[in-house]
Each structure stands twice: as structure tokens, then as C-alpha cells.
Design a protein around this ligand. Sequence first.
Ligand code: COA
Length: 214
Amino acid sequence: MIIIRNEKPDEYRETENVIREAFWNHYTPGCNDHYLIHIMRDCPAFIPELDLVAVDGTRIVGNVMSLKSYIKRDDGAVFDVVSLGPIGVLPDSQRQGIGGKMIARSKEIARQLGCRAILLCGDPDYYTRQGFAAAQVYDIRNSENMYADALHVCELYEDALLGVSGRYYEDEIYDVDVAKAEQFDKLFPPKEIVKGTPTQNKYEKMVRRVKAPC
Ligand SMILES: CC(C)(COP(=O)(O)OP(=O)(O)OC[C@H]1O[C@@H](n2cnc3c(N)ncnc32)[C@H](O)[C@@H]1OP(=O)(O)O)[C@@H](O)C(=O)NCCC(=O)NCCS
């Protein structure tokens, strides 16, 4: 049985390895996401209640983390929201509902914390099945004021985003220092780096799908 619960400090390296295994060669050759979660835990925007692991027996098979972020309306008003991600499930445990369970639990906890909405960048094929809608539906643009196909929104209560549109700003920690990430990766067993996988090609096309508001 899969249990979703908060991550414990003595599990940090195991969780980082789960994220590494999930993301390795998926969106880019290798990955930086295990370094990202390593530094996220010390970030002021970190929300410890939303640092969740999926546990199967004694093994961690999935992890999701979230950060505080905000939407800035065109008139300058600022509204706090939550950025979900990274989320990852070990390759041998994917497509068994574990990612969905972690997202559902994140929504529940974020709602209990009084959060308005969860935003994330990811594959529309997956997130539209998880109760997210394209951000454009809410007239929410990225920080460069562009509609992005990858940007998704989930309101946490009815009309939570009524009157809330504008630019979405996520924490700058998501812009990972690649050299530091590569250094951190040396703490893990070597893995082959593969370029040009189908998922990398799909991701490259997805992130290019942005358009300016009319
Ligand atoms: C994305 C991820 C977290 C999903 O976790 P998961 O446990 O495999 O997902 P679930 O089993 O809950 O998926 C639920 C549904 O989404 C589908 N699905 C899963 N991954 C999908 C994907 N990448 N694209 C489209 N559909 C997907 C499943 O088939 C399932 O649909 P179904 O019930 O109709 O069969 C996991 O696949 C993963 O770690 N991927 C690599 C890292 C990654 O991409 N993270 C997300 C970054 S935004």
C-alpha cells in the first residue's frame, strides 16, 4: 500500500535519488532536479507541509515539493499562490496512480493552509487529467508576459482566482546553477547521459509554445 506523508530529514538523500531516477534523461540529458530539491529545502519560499513522499513499504517511490510564489496583476496587486514541483515517481512505479495521489494530497494540504491556487509548468497531457487547466483560461501569463502552453493552474476553492489575472512569478531557485548541479551529481552513482530522447524532443517543443496576449 502506498502512503503519502511528509519527508523526514534522514530521508533527504534517498528522496533526491528518487527524483534523479525519475527525471534522468527525461527532459534534458541527465537532470538537475535532485540538486534543485536539495537546495529547495533551505529556500525561504519552501513550504515544509508540502514536501511529500510516497512510500511503498520501506521504500520511497515518489516525491513532490512546492514553493510560495505569486501572481502580479497588471495594476500591481500581488496574490500569493503555490508552485508545485518538482514531482517525480521512480520509473518502475510510474503509471500506477502514485503521482496522482501526491498531487491530490498536495491540493488538500495547500487548501488547508489557506492557499488560493497551485500553478506549475508541465505536460498538458498529464496535468489536465489531474484537475489543472491552461493558465491562459485565467489570463495568467508567465513572468515575461507570455501565454505558455506548459503553464497550468488549479484553483483550490470556488472562484479563488476571480479577478486574479496577470503575470506569474515563481521563485528564482528554479533557475538552477548547472555547474553546481553537476558537482552535486558526483555524490550519486554514475549514470549514462543520453541526448535526443523522445521525451526530451517533446519537452523542447512544449516549452517553445508561448504566445503574446492579443
Ligand atoms: C509525471 C509523473 C510524476 C506522474 O506520476 P505517475 O505516478 O506515473 O502518474 P499517475 O499514475 O498518477 O498518472 C495518472 C494518469 O496520467 C497518465 N500519465 C502519467 N504520466 C504521463 C505523461 N507523462 N503523459 C501523459 N500521461 C501520463 C497515466 O497513464 C494515468 O492515466 P490513466 O489513469 O488514464 O492511465 C511520473 O510519470 C514521473 O515521475 N515522470 C518523470 C518526471 C516528470 O515528468 N515529472 C513531472 C514534471 S512537470
